[in-house]
Design a protein around this ligand. Structure first.
Ligand code: NDP
Length: 251
């Protein structure tokens, strides 16, 4: 079960954090993984790590907000490998400012990365998946789309829209044997959360507020992506899979 041998996957934001964890898990399950981020040198290091473990993949450095680059890369992957099975649209950014101080340019920058780029990549993936009559589109949402916190208005708005987009694309693409799901992580200790991790008060709050009593571990996100990418998850569609140690289930 959950064998991804022979499948081709693109994971955006795969140079570190959750994207790297998901890329590794997909590769362990047998997929050929195309690692994306903007920092090409970081991707090459990750590729060396995969190769050292005998896992298959390649790098594709581009900015996800460059829609032409994303389209070119997905098209090239489909031509080179004769298939394109899995898109994990994971790259995302954060910007923290009180609403009265939040610049419109920063709002738009966050939305361009967290939402519009996800939509654009899903569109290009759908173009190659529809004729193939199969595909898996997985987006990284957030528990912050369900439960809000102050000072992250652009992030909450963009991730809320990702959850909504998941449902819309699932409804539109299910007829083509394509599933579209999101993973909504709770608090994971990645670079994005550096300021939160370094803040003892916040760190203590996360551990107390999360019924699991701790931050998520990176190895706890990859298997979720493998499940959603698998043939076995063929009837799981339009779902937001919350992965948060019961954070959002608790009062
Ligand atoms: P990190 O900051 O650790 O990693 C972000 C990744 O995205 C890096 O690989 C970065 O590489 C890449 N990236 C950022 N902007 C772009 C861009 N414009 N084009 C291509 N790649 C880009 O973040 P996390 O791993 O923590 O987060 C990953 C996803 O998970 C995000 O969507 C985030 O919102 C979401 N999430 C994270 C949670 C957490 O607790 N960590 C909780 C809920 C959701 P580079 O800078 O080289 O481009």
């Amino acid at each position: 079960m959950f064998d991804l041998s022979g499948k081709v996957a693109l994971v955006t934001g795969a140079s570190r954090g959750l994207g790297w964890a998901m890329a590794q898990s997909l590769a362990f399950a047998g997929a050929h993984v195309i690692l994306n981020a903007r920092d090409e040198a970081a991707l090459k290091e990750r590729m060396k790590e995969l190769a050292a473990k005998g896992l298959k993949g390649e790098t594709a450095a581009f900015d996800v907000t460059d829609h032409a680059a994303g389209a070119e890369r997905i098209g090239a992957a489909a031509r080179k490998h004769g298939r394109f099975d899995i898109l994990v649209a994971n790259a995302g950014i954060q910007h923290r400012k009180a609403i009265t101080e939040f610049d419109a340019a920063d709002f738009e920058r966050v939305v361009a990365t967290n939402l519009t780029a996800v939509w654009a990549l899903a569109k290009e993936a759908a173009k190659v998946m529809i004729p193939a009559k199969r595909g898996r589109i997985i987006m990284t949402g957030s528990v912050s789309a369900i439960l809000a916190r102050p000072t992250i208005s652009a992030y909450v708005a963009s991730k809320g829209a990702v959850h909504a987009l998941t449902r819309e694309l699932a409804v539109e693409l299910a007829q083509h044997n394509i599933t579209v799901n999101s993973i909504a992580p709770g608090y994971f200790a990645t670079e994005m959360n550096t300021v939160l991790i370094q803040n003892k008060e916040f760190n203590d709050w996360v551990c107390k507020r999360t019924p699991a009593g701790r931050w998520g571990k990176l190895e706890e996100i990859g298997p979720v992506a493998v499940f959603l990418a698998s043939d076995e998850a063929s009837y799981v569609n339009g779902h937001v899979l919350v992965t948060d140690g019961a954070f959002s289930a608790a009062m």
